[in-house]
Design a protein around this ligand. Structure first.
Ligand SMILES: NC(=O)c1ccc[n+]([C@@H]2O[C@H](COP(=O)([O-])OP(=O)(O)OC[C@H]3O[C@@H](n4cnc5c(N)ncnc54)[C@H](OP(=O)(O)O)[C@@H]3O)[C@@H](O)[C@H]2O)c1
Length: 349
């Protein structure tokens, strides 16, 4: 059994990790930390886990961490993970970081998008961007995995096949993401407090959302040229779920069938991608992935304008966070990538 620590276990991604790891056949959760709830039962914060955990949150300590864990999942805010990653790596412990602190390869981008100088630029190149559909081989034996952001995951998975096809004017795409309130984490603030969020359809950070940086990095790698992504998230009142509608323009006349073939080929063998092309529910819809690690992808062409809209629907806490982190962990350890993740989505959700 691989011993797992979840640091930041009282948060939403921490709770979702605990839910998945509780039934993962290859791991044992040995250490779960929280500053606020140290000494209190895990089920006090996560009552959905009653019957699965009979242990308390601990106060984090580097002291003898190696005696407790072989791998550490960090469910911490960005900038906070920076205080943990280098020391834990030095101890020879594998890290899966759900924050943004190691996702970008270019250290200069941290100043632009996150407002700080990255103190460990050398580690950025050692980290593997934990999107298995793009980095499966690099994830094998990875010691530091930077798990992607949820809006970025939805955007990249929607756009990747057609960006790769070379049939898009790839230098400029627009991703419109609708996302549920759990994206904002467990602590309420003005924008996420229930009465403020309920029934909202509200754009935010429309002048440039930081997940665009990840999407540009990854889509440029696929395109082998610079891709610019404008990402505009919208807060909607559902709790979970993210839908990316990514708009691009085709640079040549191409049949819809050809684009479907390219999409199917791009995701061949990928266990968590479902290509949606049906008469009844023709487009990906977060409602049909909630509780699972699936990303449903598809597209529509407006022939009059040669415009294509590429869609991806995910559960932001699963394929957008904890599920994807466990998937990447599985690959890093040589397990089946869907170990512990063979969960059909909930319905109704
Ligand atoms: N929510 C999503 O949909 C989503 C998706 C992808 C990635 N992410 C990323 O995942 C990370 C966690 O997100 P979340 O939604 O789980 O946030 P959250 O619900 O706010 O949880 C944050 C956790 O970090 C701990 N924490 C906060 N500040 C800390 C500090 N200064 N030192 C030590 N511990 C601290 C909190 O625990 P205590 O206060 O109890 O110590 C809590 O357990 C973030 O970087 C986020 O961007 C989130």
């Amino acid at each position: 059994m691989i011993r797992v620590a979840v640091i930041g276990g009282s948060g939403y991604t921490g709770g979702e990790l605990l839910r998945l790891l509780a039934v993962h056949p290859k791991v044992e959760v040995t250490y779960v930390t929280s500053r606020e709830y140290a000494g209190k039962p895990i089920t006090l914060v996560h009552p959905n886990l009653r019957g699965f955990y009979n242990m308390n949150f601990s106060q984090f300590s580097f002291d003898r961490l190696g005696d407790k864990a072989d791998v550490v999942f960090l469910g911490l805010p960005h900038k906070v993970s920076l205080e943990y990653v280098p020391k834990i790596l030095e101890m020879g412990i594998q890290i899966i970081d759900l924050s943004a602190d190691f996702r970008l390869k270019d250290p200069n981008l941290y100043k632009i998008w996150y407002g700080y100088e990255h103190p460990y630029p050398d580690l950025l190149n050692k980290a593997v961007y934990g999107l298995p559909e793009l980095h499966y081989e690099e994830l094998k034996n990875a010691k530091l995995i930077a798990s992607p952001g949820c809006n970025a995951t939805a955007t990249i998975l929607a756009a990747a096949p057609l960006v790769a096809s070379g049939l898009l004017e790839t230098y400029k795409i627009v991703s419109d993401v609708k996302v549920g309130s759990s994206e904002g984490g467990a602590k309420p603030h003005e924008g996420s407090h229930h009465p403020e969020r309920q029934n909202a359809i509200r754009p935010y950070e429309a002048d440039g959302h930081r997940h665009a940086a990840e999407a540009e990095q990854e889509l440029s790698l696929i395109a082998k040229r610079s891709v610019k992504v404008s990402l505009v998230p919208h807060a909607v009142s559902s709790v979970r779920g993210a839908l990316a509608s990514v708009h691009g323009w085709l640079n040549t006349e191409v049949s819809e069938m050809d684009l479907w073939k390219k999409t199917i080929e791009f995701y061949k063998g990928r266990k968590f991608i479902r290509i949606i092309r049906s008469n009844v529910h023709p487009y990906p819809d977060p409602k049909f992935v909630i509780g699972s690690n699936f990303a449903d992808v598809g597209f529509a062409i407006e022939k009059r304008l040669q415009r294509v809209t590429m869609f991806s629907a995910i559960d932001n806490l699963m394929k957008g966070a904890a599920g994807q982190a466990v998937q990447a962990f599985n690959i890093s350890r040589g397990f089946d990538e869907d170990e512990g993740l063979r969960l059909p989505p909930l319905r109704p959700a």
